[in-house]
Design a protein around this ligand. Structure first.
Ligand SMILES: [Zn+2]
Length: 518
C-alpha cells in the first residue's frame, strides 16, 4: 500500500472544546471536511457582543487570531491585500459533510471557496438558507449564499460588497433526493424582485448518491436525534472505515434513528464521537417526553399569560408546545422568523408544520422585512396576533419569546403570568448576566419563572424538568462506543477528554492541526 492510500485524519479545530468542528479526512490525494463550524470558545477569547469580527476585512482578522485554520482553501474575495494565504497548505477538499445546521458546526462555511460543495440533509440546507433570508447577513451566516466582495479603498484593505452583483449560491449535495421545492427555495431570496434588489444566482443542487461528486470515500449519511431537525451522522468507507457522530442523543423522540446509526457504525474501525456531556453523569432523567409532560403541567397550573422560552431552531420542542397549547385550549404564538422557517421546512421537506400557530405582530416597519412580507404575511395574514389581543386575554396564549424578545412586553404590558425556561443552562459569564437581566424583566411584569430562578443572594439556579439536552449523556456515549466497538476512538466536541482516556484504552489524543494516519 502506498503511503498516500492510507487514510489520514487532521482535526483542525473542535478537538479541545465544545464546537467549532473542522475535521479533515484524506485518502488518495483527496479529502473531505466533517463540518466547518464556528468555535465560539475561541472567538470569545477576543470578541464579545460589542467587539465583533470585522467582515469588511474578510478573513484577515480570523487568520491573525487563529480563529480559522491557516490553509489555502478560502474565498479569494475575502483576502485583503495585507494577507497572503498562498503559502499555506492547499488541501484537496472535495466537499464538506455537514452534520447539522447549528452554528458551531456550520458557522465558518461562508469563508470557504465557492467550488467546495456542501453535503447536507435537506432540512439543514433549508435552515441555513432560511436563517440567511431573515437575518442580518454576515460571514458567520453566509452558508447558503454570499455577496462577493471587492476592495473599496486604495490600499485594498477594506472589502465591501460588489454593487450590482448577484448573491452567489453554494453548491449543495443533498443526502436525500432533493425535492423540486428545494431547488426553487434555493433559487431566490425574498425581496429580490425589487427594482434595485440583488438577485440570487443559485449553485447546483443534486442528490449525494447521483452527484458525480468525486469523493475519496463511499459516504453514507444517517439521520440522528439532536435538538435541531435534519441532524446527520456519517460513515465513510475507504481504506479505513470511519464513523462520525456529529451531535446526537438517545433520549429524544427520534432516538431510534440514533440507535440505527450505532448499529450501522459497527463496521467502522475509527469512531469520531462528540462528547459534550461525556463524564460520569447520572442516568438520563429528562427525556423529550418527560419535558413535554412537565411543561404541560406547568401550563395547566397557569392562569394568565404563559411565555415559553426554548432555542429558536428546536422545532421538536416547538411541536411539544403546539401540542400542549392545543390541549390547554390556548394558542401558540411564535415570532414571524420562526414561522418563516417552519413554513419553509414544511413546504420543502414535509417536516414540521406551521399549522394553527399564531404570529406575533411586532411593532415594526414590515415593508422592510421582505421575507415576512412575501412569505409569512402573504400566506398567514389572518394568523397575526398583536400586543393588544394578548393584553386583553392573556390566558388564551402561549407566547414563544426568548430573553431578546422581552422588549415586546413593554407593548403587551402583562400583569403577571408564567415564564417557562426550556433551554440549556448558562455556560458562561455573559449568559449568566443575561439571566439576571431576564429576572428583572419578569419581576417588572410580575411574571413567575419556572426553569430558573435567582435565590435571595442573587445566585442563579436552574430547575431541570423543563429541558432535555440535545446531547447524549456520558452513560449513553459509553454504551454507544461499546456497541460500535471501534479500534480507535477520536473524541471531539468535548471538554472531557480525560474521561474518554480513563474509560477506554484505544483513545487517540489528537493535537489540533497534526496529521494522523489511521
Ligand atoms: Zn448541535
Amino acid at each position: 500500500m502506498r503511503v498516500t492510500d492510507i487514510t489520514s485524519l487532521t482535526v483542525y479545530d473542535g478537538a479541545h472544546g465544545i464546537g467549532g468542528n473542522k475535521i479533515y479526512l484524506e485518502e488518495k490525494g483527496k479529502g473531505v471536511f466533517l463540518d466547518f463550524g464556528k468555535n465560539f470558545g475561541k472567538y470569545g477569547l477576543f470578541y464579545e457582543e460589542f467587539l465583533k469580527n470585522r467582515d469588511t476585512r474578510g478573513i484577515h482578522d480570523l487568520m491573525y487570531l487563529d480563529l480559522l485554520p491557516r490553509l489555502n482553501i478560502y474565498r479569494p474575495d475575502l483576502i485583503p491585500s495585507d494577507l497572503s494565504i498562498s503559502s499555506f497548505p492547499s488541501l484537496p477538499v472535495s466537499a464538506v459533510l455537514l452534520s447539522h445546521a447549528h452554528m458551531d458546526h456550520c458557522g465558518n462555511i461562508g469563508t470557504l471557496r465557492r467550488d467546495i460543495p456542501l453535503v447536507a440533509s435537506p432540512e439543514s440546507i433549508v435552515i441555513m438558507k432560511g436563517m440567511q433570508d431573515c437575518g442580518v447577513t454576515s460571514l458567520d451566516t453566509d452558508n447558503a449564499y454570499f455577496s462577493p466582495r471587492q476592495p473599496s479603498d486604495e490600499m485594498g484593505l477594506y472589502l465591501s460588497s460588489v454593487a450590482g452583483m448577484s448573491y452567489q449560491g453554494r453548491d449543495f449535495c443533498s443526502t436525500e433526493e432533493p425535492s423540486s421545492a428545494l431547488a426553487v427555495f434555493l433559487s431566490r431570496k425574498p425581496g429580490q424582485d425589487g427594482k434595485r434588489a440583488k438577485k440570487l444566482e443559485p449553485g447546483r443542487c443534486c442528490c449525494l448518491q447521483e452527484s458525480g461528486l468525486c469523493l475519496p470515500f463511499e459516504v453514507s449519511a444517517h439521520p440522528v436525534d439532536h435538538s435541531i431537525p435534519g441532524a446527520a451522522a456519517y460513515i465513510l468507507r475507504g481504506e479505513t472505515t470511519v464513523a462520525y457522530t456529529g451531535d446526537f442523543r438517545l433520549h429524544g423522540k427520534n432516538e431510534s434513528s440514533s440507535r440505527e446509526f450505532i448499529r450501522q457504525a459497527r463496521e467502522a474501525s475509527v469512531l469520531i464521537t462528540e462528547g459534550t456531556r461525556a463524564g460520569p453523569t447520572e442516568e438520563e432523567k429528562t427525556s423529550e417526553r418527560s419535558v413535554c409532560q412537565a411543561c404541560r403541567e406547568c401550563v395547566e397550573d397557569s392562569a394568565g399569560l404563559v411565555i415559553a422560552d426554548f432555542s429558536p431552531r428546536n422545532f421538536e420542542r416547538l411541536e411539544s408546545f403546539q401540542d400542549i397549547a392545543r390541549k390547554a385550549g390556548r394558542r401558540l404564538v411564535a415570532m414571524a422568523k420562526d414561522v418563516y422557517m417552519l413554513h419553509c421546512l414544511e413546504k420543502v421537506c414535509g417536516s414540521c408544520s406551521a399549522d394553527e400557530i399564531g404570529i406575533y405582530s411586532e411593532i415594526t416597519d414590515r415593508s422592510r422585512r421582505k421575507w415576512e412580507q412575501e412569505v409569512v404575511a402573504s400566506h398567514y395574514a389572518d394568523r397575526y396576533v398583536d400586543h393588544a389581543a394578548i393584553r386583553d386575554s392573556p390566558q388564551d396564549y402561549i407566547l414563544c419569546f426568548s430573553f431578546f424578545d422581552m422588549k415586546h412586553l413593554l407593548d403587551i404590558k402583562p400583569e403577571g403570568g408564567t415564564y417557562i425556561y426550556s433551554a440549556c443552562e448558562a455556560f458562561n459569564e455573559e449568559m449568566e448576566i443575561d439571566f439576571h437581566r431576564l429576572w428583572q424583566w419578569l419581576r417588572r411584569f410580575g411574571i413567575s419563572s419556572s426553569g430558573f430562578f435567582l435565590d435571595g443572594k442573587g445566585e442563579l439556579h436552574f430547575e431541570r424538568p423543563y429541558h432535555a439536552s440535545g446531547h447524549a449523556s456520558g452513560e449513553d456515549i459509553a454504551r454507544a462506543i461499546e456497541q460500535i466497538d471501534p479500534d480507535v476512538i477520536v473524541p471531539v466536541h468535548t471538554e472531557s477528554f480525560g474521561w474518554f482516556a480513563e474509560s477506554f484504552d484505544n483513545v487517540l489524543a489528537v493535537e489540533e492541526g497534526k496529521r494522523y494516519q489511521i
